[in-house]
Write a protein that binds this ligand. Structure first.
Ligand code: EAT
Length: 448
């Protein structure tokens, strides 16, 4: 065990109401919006296939040229009420919006930089109406904030000289000032999603990130901060040098999902793009665009492993939402309307995973949700229960199933026979578990 002075600030599994609400939310909307939405993946007529919010880097654009984009940023179609109503329709219970991405441009009028919304034709604060609209829709607001800042003259990737160290001290003060400013200006914010914290300079600032997390939680008790914000004094990120998670939930799951129950030890969240790797708006998505069904299954997998799923949207420069994302709002929204109870407030059910899909369960409930994503060729859904549990009741809410029959096929082992099924989306079967074996003729031989 190593001596770690600047590791976790809060306990690993907070039980306060704010953290319980974070867990209950389960499904969130990520929004990446900034100057990068203007060029949208093209620079001087050339197409760049990399992530659009990184275009400055791919096209090697000098900052004084990139910063000129602020002179044309004027999102006249920006309508946060419309965004919030779409998020509500989709069933998102929280939202994470980029206040400042790696480009350093701030969507709010910051007193600590001139590279912000006040120096654009639009001028007005974008965050205030956003926070109001989403809160009014009952959706919790979180702020994404990139430590990495390509615009700020005192940003350093590494601390190689005394000059670097002095510059980075100024940069850390700037960072603390901006974060305090965001909490003070928008006090209903529920937490921060830090990014851009992989460089040596930040890894050498473990004590600072420890004290910054403490400072922010003193400014706003209950604040929720992701593990990506943190390094310890040894440069270990997300988890300190003794493996203790820093921050309030593990946020290393970017465009990838966990596959086993080892994640259960901590709260965690996976963030996901609709195309393979685009967060900011790109005019032409290349390659595979995930379908609503794929994204629904990812969300279910996260819930089944007690994690959150954060689905990304990249609004256009004018503030409008692209067609593909509008389709997701509708399709995912329909599914959540019918089956959201298998997601919200749910978590790992404690049952052995089966190939046909996922079990989810509201902690402490006797009802287990079977979210069926892959109908077996024999149309029989296998269930293996722990030895002291039995199925007392089972039902399907919704239409696609004609009838279900339950067959006991072994010790605490069952088949649910589906009969005729017609469905295009995953569906949910509820089973009631009981701890005593009731023989109410439920276990009739299956009529297959
Ligand atoms: C949530 C995502 N994190 C940013 C990002 N930058 C990266 C640089 C290297 C490897 C992964 C990265 N993810 C992406 O731009 C997006 O904001």
């Amino acid at each position: 065990k190593k001596e770690v002075q600047y590791g976790p600030v809060s306990p690993e599994k907070r039980t306060d109401p704010a953290m319980e609400k974070w867990r209950d939310n389960r499904f969130g909307q990520f929004i990446h919006w900034g100057l990068y939405a203007i060029p949208a993946g093209y620079w001087k007529g050339k197409y760049y296939k990399g992530a659009a919010e990184w275009l400055k880097s791919w096209a090697k654009v000098p900052m004084n040229e990139w910063a000129k984009l602020a002179e044309e940023f004027n999102p006249e179609q920006y309508d946060p009420e419309e965004w919030a109503s779409m998020a509500k329709q989709m069933g998102a219970r929280y939202v994470v919006l980029t206040t400042k991405h790696h480009e350093g441009f701030c969507l709010w009028p910051s007193q600590y930089t001139d590279f912000d919304i006040s120096n654009t034709p639009y001028q007005k604060d974008l965050l205030k109406p956003f926070v109001e609209a989403y809160n009014k829709a009952g959706i919790d607001v979180y702020f994404y904030y990139s430590v990495l800042d390509w615009y700020h003259p005192d940003w350093r990737y590494a601390l190689k000289s005394e000059e670097d160290k002095q510059a980075f001290e100024r940069f850390k003060t700037f960072t603390k000032n901006q974060l305090s400013e965001l909490i003070e200006r928008y006090p209903s914010v529920k937490g921060f999603w830090f990014d851009g914290t992989w460089d040596a300079s930040w890894k050498a600032s473990g004590q600072f990130s420890y004290e910054l997390e403490k400072h922010m939680k003193q400014l706003k008790p209950g604040l929720i901060i992701n593990s990506r914000m943190r390094a310890d004094e040894w440069g270990s990120r997300h988890f300190d040098s003794n493996g203790q998670m820093m921050g309030d939930y593990a946020s290393g799951w970017e465009r990838k999902l966990p596959t086993d129950t080892s994640v259960l030890h901590n709260d965690w969240e996976a963030c996901m793009t609709v195309p393979e790797n685009q967060w900011g708006y790109h005019k032409n998505w290349e390659g595979h665009v995930k379908t609503p069904t794929e994204l629904i299954e990812m969300m279910v997998r996260c819930t089944a492993l007690s994690g959150n799923f954060l689905l990304n949207f990249g609004p256009k420069e004018d503030g409008s939402i692209r067609e593909e994302e509008q389709l997701l709002v509708k399709e995912i929204g329909n599914w959540m309307e019918q089956y959201g109870n298998a997601i919200y407030n749910c978590a790992y059910a404690g049952l052995e995973k089966q190939d046909w899909g996922y079990f989810t369960r509201e902690p402490g409930s006797k009802t287990v949700n079977m979210v069926v994503c892959n109908i077996p060729v024999n149309k029989a859904l296998r269930i293996q229960l722990p030895k002291n549990l039995f199925i007392q009741h089972y039902e399907y809410m919704g239409k696609p199933l004609s009838k279900l029959t339950l067959e006991e096929i072994g010790k605490n082992e069952y088949f649910i026979h589906l009969g005729k099924v017609k469905t295009k989306q995953p569906f949910v079967i509820n089973i009631q578990l009981t701890s005593e074996k009731t023989d109410n003729g439920l276990y009739q031989k299956a009529k297959t």
